[in-house]
Each structure stands twice: as structure tokens, then as C-alpha cells.
Design a protein around this ligand. Sequence first.
Ligand code: ADP
Ligand code: TYD
Length: 210
Amino acid sequence: MTESTSRGKFITFEGIDGAGKTTQAEMLVVALREKQELPISFVREPGGDPISESIRKLLLHSEEIMSDRAEALLMIASRAQLTDKVILPYLMDGRWVVADRYADSTLAYQGGGRGLSSTALKEINYFGTYTLKPDLTFFLDISVEEANNRMSVSRDRIEKEGDEFQERVRDFYTNLHTEEPERVILIDGKKSIDAIHNEIWSIVNEKLMP
Ligand code: ADP
Ligand code: TYD
């Protein structure tokens, strides 16, 4: 590993299923790779490391009924592994990391969606993230109806939860943006893919580039 004097930046994408996170995260990675000298890393949650990917299979495709708390703890276990083994070493090396979902997803889905205690989830997240917080988070906001139109017919266990669940998740993200407007940037996900990318690119340049 090469030594670096400054920590890399950590950018996350959040929103309900089908909001356009993967599309935009991948476009940002391409744009950053063209601009930055150091490699840019891209991870997804739950997953992004062999152990975390095994936990992902359990979480999204388990046929057994999973308790809400077991679901929350597995999400955070997957995050702890990814943070310790992948994200933190990269950031310490001066690389930038772009993540398709991170700790806010647990607050929104297991807190907003399932109704688990926000205070408890924040504490466990604090432990599971090794206290890491994103420098910048893009919340891509679209209606549940629009998301349903965009999503494929094959849905994982959590995507099958239904419209009311997704509405609660969306409301939670909206509140998060109100609480932390400097970090959690609300982006209108209905705009065209290129228009959203240009908006995100100009915010990244304005807030994170020297
Ligand atoms: P997510 O990662 O949030 O689930 P994706 O990036 O996988 O969302 O996008 C879901 C679907 O919607 C894909 O088919 C993608 O091509 C499409 N899509 C993404 N962004 C837009 C957009 N701004 N307008 C229309 N369709 C979009
Ligand atoms: P993901 O692969 O991002 O699905 P999509 O690309 O369709 O948005 O995430 C899988 C599912 O896991 C998604 O429904 C959101 C859910 N999830 C949680 O419930 N809590 C979490 O902490 C995370 C990271 C994801």
C-alpha cells in the first residue's frame, strides 16, 4: 500500500429501490476515474466483500421468515466487514470510495420501514461503521409509483414488501435530508439520467474538490 497524507473522500447513494442509485453511482465512478489520479473504488451494500456477499444472500434470498432485529444486525454485520476490510483501507490510502447504499439504508429500511428504534439502530451503526460517516450522500428521490414502473419483475425479499413500506422508507430519507442538509443532498430522481449526473458532478466538484 502506498502512503498518503490525506484520507480519500467517501460518497454514498441512497433512495428507495429503483430510484436510480446504481445508474448514478456508476456514472460518478467513471467521471471520477477520468479526473482523479488515484483509483476510485465502487462498493455496494449489502455486499462488496466475500463475507458480506454471503450475508447478502442470506438477507435477500432466505426462504425462512427473518426477524426484523436479525435483519438489522445482519445488515450492520455486512457493513462492519466491508468497512474494516475494504472501505477504510482504501480511504486511508487516499483513494475515494463510492458506495451504492450505506448506513442510512439501515435507518431508512429497518427504522423507517420496519419500525425498529432509530436510537438503537444509530448506536449499532456507530459500532458497525467504526464511526465512519460519508462526506457526501446523494438521496435520489422518486415516487413509489415511478419506482414500481422502473423495477424489474424479479424482486428480492425486501423489494417485495409493498408500497406502504417503500413510502415509509422514502419519508425517512426525506427527514434525514431535513436533519442533515449539508451532507444528505436531495436530488429529483425524475429528471433524465444525464441531467441528474450533471447535477451530481457539479455538487461533487463544488463540495469535495480542492
Ligand atoms: P436502483 O439502484 O436505485 O435500484 P437503478 O439505477 O438500478 O436503480 O435503476 C432502475 C431502473 O431505472 C433501470 O432500468 C435504470 O436504467 C432506470 N433509470 C435509472 N435512472 C433513471 C432516470 N433518471 N430516468 C429513467 N429511468 C431511469
Ligand atoms: P440493493 O441491492 O441496493 O437493491 P436496489 O439496487 O434494487 O436498490 O439493496 C437490496 C435491498 O436491501 C434493498 O431492498 C434495500 C435493502 N437494504 C436494507 O433493508 N437495509 C440496509 O441497511 C441495506 C444496505 C439495504
